[in-house]
Design a protein around this ligand. Structure first.
Ligand code: FES
Length: 107
């Protein structure tokens, strides 16, 4: 059964910007863009930057260091790399953001 964890209040997610959250030992980056919310692993697979310090534009999360882009919906890299980040299902309800702690498998 899928386990959802409350990671943030709705108001703490600012449009276009990332928010670093922790679930146990995991560091996750959460982004809001229009009516969508994305959650991916925080660590960029290129050189370890925090993706939560990046931005999101048209569904793509951009790393702050070298601008690799990862699709928010599935974590696939869109800037040529074979690398990806895990993505997680997100639900917003009752003024809070909830994340499924199992990676989404729609890669
Ligand atoms: S550390 Fe993310 S693109 Fe280089």
């Amino acid at each position: 059964m899928e386990e959802m964890v409350k990671v943030a209040s709705s108001e703490s997610l600012k449009p276009g910007l990332g928010l670093l959250v922790r679930v146990g030992e995991q560091r996750l980056a959460v982004f809001r863009e229009a009516d969508k919310i994305y959650c991916v692993d925080d660590m960029c697979p290129h050189a370890g930057a925090s993706l939560a310090q990046g931005t999101v534009c048209q569904g793509v999360i951009y790393c702050p260091w070298h601008q690799w882009g990862f699709q928010g919906k599935d974590g696939k890299c869109v800037t040529g790399s074979i690398w990806h980040v895990d993505s997680y299902r997100v639900v917003e309800k009752d003024g809070a953001v909830w994340v499924s702690i199992s990676p989404s498998d729609d890669k």
